[in-house]
Write a new protein. Structure first.
Length: 421
């Protein structure tokens, strides 16, 4: 399963605290919201029938007291222990999955669900997803995950520096020579330029657009790395990515544009300017990303944030530009950005816009729907701090009462979409 990658990370800030009463109410709302993902009776019935050699109570005990910021490491330790029992034949993968679910449910009942803790971290979200849904793809649902991915992610959350040494330190580097999505994602997240030659080699061997796009995205993430960094090496990678930016495959071209933005430098900026000259403004998500990327590289992140908010709120802007800006604002902690997204939940535009998926399925959005998806990537506590507790009820009502874009499209009989099909 391909996953959408956050395009531009926004600046971290120090979060203010809610007063005690408000914090308790928000924690209760958050736990109730996420508890719908779990069936306590089903999970408990599984745990009641586990073999005695699996110390379930001991495995789950840490989750009654572990701090929120340490929950990823605690789940990683649990996962490695569960994998050990599965490989020894003491547990079925489905049973291990329910132990993982119970740990997540215990965190949820304490008001610190891992679904919230993981926001802003693509790998943490993926770790949670495959842990609670698959744990080895026991139902043969077609996902590309197995115990290898879970073990790799657990190692990442427990000791990323040691993992980097084991993956990239030659001559006994563990990093595979052929494409493996789990390793590609880890390579980008580790932020170590020693990953670059491995990723470039794999990129030259990729045979389909999704694997090319995923590998390019990992290379772009190295722009945030400092270990082993050099301007010459960065520019070399940027030159390799230039051809991909002009690809006819939208997801490949988009991943290259975002990667060049992440890398920065003279060569990256020159490629983006050249691409801007050949792409009609406001044509699609690619042209919108190119425009935003150049603002970012030329004027900095703070200017970009302000420009994204302006474009997202301006009804005179092309719809695709507004959608692109809204997607880039997803998950922000910035007060102004959160307020903009909240205002857009009432945007009057009903014109559906087809968005070519970047590492995800193609979707059709209206402005309000895109804003809702982006605001859902923000931590609920932060939303309450900025907008007040009523925003939580507003989110819930929006999800249950707002008509989806396919219904709007059917009602207005959008000819443009009918002609495209």
């Amino acid at each position: 399963m391909e996953r959408k990658t956050v395009a531009v990370p926004l600046r971290g800030i120090v979060l203010p605290s809610l007063d005690r009463g408000a914090a308790e109410r928000v924690a209760k709302w958050v736990s109730e919201w996420h508890s719908a993902d779990y069936d306590p009776e089903e999970i408990s019935s599984t745990l009641a029938n586990l073999p005695p050699e699996v110390p379930v109570d001991d495995l789950l005990e840490p989750f009654d007291s572990v701090a929120e910021e340490e929950s990823a490491q605690a789940l990683a330790e649990l996962t490695l222990a569960l994998i050990h029992h599965v490989e020894r034949g003491c547990l079925q993968a489905a049973e291990a999955r329910d132990v993982f679910r119970m740990a997540c449910l215990q965190l949820c009942n304490r008001g610190i669900p891992f679904e919230e803790t993981a926001k802003g971290d693509d790998l943490a979200q993926w770790f949670h997803y495959i842990g609670v849904n698959e744990f080895g793809d026991t139902d043969d649902s077609g996902f590309s995950t197995d115990l290898t991915d879970l073990r790799l992610l657990s190692r990442y959350f427990l000791d990323p520096e040691r993992l980097a040494e084991e993956l990239f330190d030659k001559p006994h580097a563990e990093f595979p020579t052929n494409y493996h999505e789990g390793y590609i994602g880890i390579a980008g997240a580790l932020g170590d330029w020693r990953a670059a030659p491995f990723l470039l080699r794999i990129l030259s061997r990729c045979e389909d657009s999704p694997s090319v796009a995923t590998t390019i995205a990992a290379l772009g993430m190295l722009g945030r790395a400092r270990k082993g960094w050099s301007a010459a090496y960065r520019d070399r990678v940027a030159q390799v990515l230039k051809g991909y930016a002009f690809s006819d495959a939208p997801e490949v071209a988009t991943s290259a544009v975002l990667a060049l933005e992440g890398l920065g430098g003279v060569h990256a900026e020159a490629t983006l300017r050249e691409l801007e000259r050949v792409l009609p403004a406001g044509r699609d998500m690619l042209s919108a990303h190119v425009s935003h990327a150049l603002i970012h590289l030329e004027k900095g992140e703070e200017t970009l944030e302000k420009e994204l908010a302006r474009i997202a709120s301006d009804p005179k802007e092309p719809q695709i530009n507004r959608i692109c800006a809204i997607e880039r604002m997803a998950g922000s902690d910035e007060s102004e950005t959160i307020c903009t997204l909240a205002d857009l939940l009432d945007d009057p535009a009903v014109e559906p816009v087809r968005v070519d998926g970047y590492l995800t399925d193609d979707v059709v959005h209206v402005i309000r729907e895109a804003a809702f998806m982006s605001i859902m990537d923000c931590r609920f506590r932060r939303l309450a701090e900025v907008l007040g507790e009523p925003v939580l009820d507003r989110i819930e009502k929006f999800q249950t009462s707002y008509p989806p874009s396919w219904w709007i499209r059917a009602r207005i009989g959008n000819r443009e979409f009918e002609e495209d099909e």
